[in-house]
Design a protein around this ligand. Structure first.
Ligand SMILES: [Zn+2]
Length: 290
């Protein structure tokens, strides 16, 4: 009898200790941050209406008042972490059009951008300024970069931005269109690659900013301090206008592209607005040189 009670008491005590131990360890896991919420990358999918299409200002007037921040030419060890820190602080998701050779140098930054909910788009492998390249080289520029991105994020990019904004009769853009990318231009050039000051960048972006705008910045290249300084002011200014930030695939999903005539040939006859091409890049120096 006494032995039976002793055994029962032992079992109960053991169970109690086990219970409290398990409670403590689960609490410790929460308080120590051992079980953080898994990263939630943005949905990169785009509607089929946009496959092979050039997208510029079609989102204007979207009822959600959505706009996109886009960053080209990175990743850069100097500026991309600063931009990512700012976006995290302001809780903004953006789209990074990366250059394959910089992806090779800084895969960690591509992974960080992806894990923090940003979209990683394709901006060619080496940002060549040559206008005439073979179809094979053009395909390598697009596919080589896509492969590098996919190796890091597990997802093939589906948005492409042409270097120098070259859309027409351009072998790389043609290769991207043939691979069902949406070709993403911009509506507002911050002029951060044209030696603009921080306040000039702020004014360039906020002066006529409205829903549907795609803003062009560069986290790659040199002398991007003014852009980094301007960015939080632009974000706050846009929010005070009632605008919200989304990624490029998100704004595509918010846009009714069927209003326009479908067909991959339709943009070939449209002239590229000259003012949009100016200042995209400083062509006097090779990209990525330090
Ligand atoms: Zn570029």
């Amino acid at each position: 009898m006494c032995l039976g009670l002793a055994i029962l008491g032992f079992i109960l005590a053991d169970a109690t200790v086990y219970y409290f131990r398990s409670q403590r360890s689960s609490n410790a896991a929460i308080s120590d941050g051992l079980d953080p919420e898994p990263p939630r990358p943005a949905d990169p999918t785009i509607p089929a209406d946009f496959y092979g299409q050039v997208f510029r200002s079609e989102a204007r007037g979207n009822p959600q008042n959505a706009i996109c921040l886009t960053f080209d030419d990175g990743p850069s060890a100097t500026y991309t972490p600063q931009v990512l820190d700012l976006l995290k602080e302001k809780m903004v998701t953006a789209t990074f059009f990366v250059v394959g050779r910089n992806v090779k140098r800084h895969p960690d930054l591509v992974l960080r951008a992806y894990q923090e909910g940003h979209i990683v788009g394709n901006h060619s492998f080496n940002h060549t300024r040559r206008k005439r390249i073979s179809e094979a080289v053009a395909a390598w520029q697009v596919d080589g970069t896509a492969k590098l991105i996919e190796e890091i994020t597990g997802e093939r990019p589906c948005v492409y931005r042409p270097p120098f904004g070259r859309v027409h009769n351009n072998a790389m853009t043609n290769a991207a269109r043939a691979r069902y990318y949406a070709i993403i231009m911009w509506t507002i050039d911050s002029r951060d690659s044209a030696h603009a000051s921080a306040w000039e960048i702020v004014l360039n972006c906020l002066r006529n900013l409205r829903g549907g705008d795609l803003l062009l910045f560069h986290d790659g290249g040199e002398h991007r301090e003014p852009m980094v300084e301007a960015l939080p002011i632009i974000i706050d200014g846009a929010r005070s206008k009632g605008l919200q930030f989304v990624t490029v695939p998100e704004i595509l999903r918010l846009t009714d592209f069927r209003r326009k005539e479908p067909g991959p040939e339709k943009h070939k006859s449209l002239p590229l607005p000259v003012d949009l091409t100016k200042g995209h890049h400083d062509v006097s120096r090779p990209l990525g040189t330090k």
